[in-house]
Ligand binder design. Structure first.
Ligand SMILES: *Cc1c(COP(=O)(O)O)cnc(C)c1O
Length: 362
């Protein structure tokens, strides 16, 4: 499939000096670049048009399906500037495939892999100057997403959809440096049930997580951990990150993918890096009871969460309305810090990319 991109340049992009000021200290999600990508799909025609145009609001009919029935999916992927000025991204084919799986689950059209990757190249071709210099973990966060754009109030999969890409320069996700975060354990709400949409990267899962996130904020926690919806026994994941537990004897455990956990690309990559070191890693069902016993008995010596936005983040403490596990002033663990170092090293081109994970965009 070849789809031609029409490019309409923004006649008034942000002036270079102002952009430089934004890139000095970008706050996650606060600023967007000068352009966006828009591709339109129609049921009887397939993907019909693709263009790059000035960033701006979406004009849509109030009856557009996404506004009523929530057919929306998204991806998160970063562009990294290397020390030689070139711009790269991390495992884009995995994001393309995951977007397709999310699309199937949410009855949206699948964006062809080539279209996905070309959309990143097209955006970087016009907004490459927005990729920050490789210091202080700065990157350009790219947000590809798909929405049901048909104006029709009947309940069925929309016959018109849009695939769009926007981008936002970002610094570290958590502003406290590599300081362990506190996690709120949701005992009264779940984000995903069996055969539900937990494995799809869809806005609804996030909407379902926000009530617990608000509870967590009130308790001084920055993220929420969800348990299995049926029995509240097994640890699943955070609202937007996967979890790893490191034992004193060296082995590592991460909850297995069972359809309710998002297939994190960082998770997949961290598992590979752990295996590369000859460390034993178990992907299995893991209970809250096991975690509590492990942390209280000092058998679990490190806990970390991972995802594209926050990379690898140490976890210090878990709190719920019933208990507190671990300590808020724990130090980041050794394995946590060194995996983080290795992964970001690969992404910024400073550590050899032995698995061929990096793709050059410009
Ligand atoms: C995106 C996401 C993750 C992390 O996935 P990455 O591919 O590593 O960024 C984890 N959990 C949820 C619920 C997510 O939406």
């Amino acid at each position: 499939m070849t789809i031609q991109f029409e490019v309409v340049r923004n006649p008034s992009p942000m002036p270079a000096a102002q952009r430089a000021a934004v890139l000095e200290n970008p706050v996650f999600g606060q600023h967007r670049t000068d352009h966006q990508v828009i591709c339109v799909w129609e049921k009887d025609k397939g993907w019909t048009s693709a263009r790059v145009e000035p960033y701006g609001p979406i004009t849509m009919d109030p009856a557009a399906a996404v506004l009523h029935y929530g057919q929306e999916i998204f991806e998160g992927i970063k562009a990294y500037r290397h020390d030689d000025g070139t711009i790269w991204t991390f495992r884009p084919l995995e994001n393309a495939r995951r977007l397709q799986r999310s699309a199937v689950r949410m009855a949206l059209p699948e964006v062809p892999e080539e279209l996905f990757i070309e959309s990143l190249r097209q955006l970087i071709a016009v907004d490459g100057d927005w990729v920050p210099e490789p210091v202080n973990e700065k990157t350009l966060y790219i947000r590809p997403f798909e929405i049901a754009a048909e104006d029709f109030l009947g309940v069925r999969a929309a016959h018109r959809a849009e695939y769009r890409v926007i981008a936002s320069p970002v610094g570290p996700y958590f502003t406290g440096g590599l300081k362990p975060v506190s996690i709120w354990v949701a005992l009264d709400s779940a984000r995903a049930g069996k055969h539900g949409t937990g494995e799809a990267k869809t806005g609804g899962n996030y909407a379902a997580s926000l009530m617990a996130q608000n509870e967590g904020y009130e308790q001084g926690c920055s993220q929420v951990m969800f348990l299995d919806a049926e029995t509240a026994t097994y640890i699943e994941e955070l609202g937007g990150m996967n979890l790893f537990f490191v034992y004193k004897d060296g082995h590592v455990v991460t909850p297995s993918l069972d359809g309710t956990i998002l297939r994190g690309i960082t998770r997949m990559s961290v598992i590979q890096l752990i295996k590369d070191r000859g460390i034993h890693i178990e992907e299995r069902k893991f209970t809250l009871d096991e975690m509590r016993a492990g942390i209280n008995g000092a058998d679990i010596v490190e806990v970390f969460a991972c995802g594209t936005a926050a990379v690898i983040t140490p976890v210090g403490q878990f709190k719920s309305r019933e208990e507190t596990i671990g300590s808020a002033d724990a130090q980041p663990g050794e394995l946590t810090a060194s995996l983080r170092e290795e992964l970001t090293g690969i992404q910024y081109g400073r550590v050899q990319d032995r698995h061929g994970w990096m793709t050059q965009l410009a």
